[in-house]
Design a protein around this ligand. Sequence first.
Ligand code: SF4
Ligand code: SF4
Length: 142
Amino acid sequence: MTHQWIDGVKLPVLDNCDNCGACCFEQGSPPGYLLFTGQITSELIKFLPDDYERFVMMPADAKAEINDYIDRLENELTSGGGPCCWLDIETRRCRWYQHRPSICRDFELNSEECHGWRDDHVNLIDSNADNAATHELDKMLR
Ligand code: SF4
Ligand code: SF4
């Protein structure tokens, strides 16, 4: 397997995101969509037109998960800094992948940022879904 050095850290060059999800571990909710849960101005729509359209068109169940996240934040049931509420902790996949915001679509596998997230969460990346890392992530949701 080819490896890549970035900032003195060496990680494998990956073909896909299987069993990772590290870049979703600290997002809390789909990045940017909370902006549309408050007052929506024409400037905001112009700033993120594609995300606004996705937010408006997303399935009710996907939006309900964002609203549930907001409720948990407001009731201090979560600190907000844990895994994205759309991340399936066991499979490490986005449960609403086709509705994810632009920043997630633009994020590049094997980029410097990808490397950074994987390095930061090396202990939480594991191919075994029923393991300590999954339980740790589950706790981070609270
Ligand atoms: S950190 Fe990189 S490998 Fe992991 S899920 Fe994100 S893009 Fe994929
Ligand atoms: S890819 Fe999906 S799970 Fe990951 S941060 Fe984006 S919306 Fe959340």
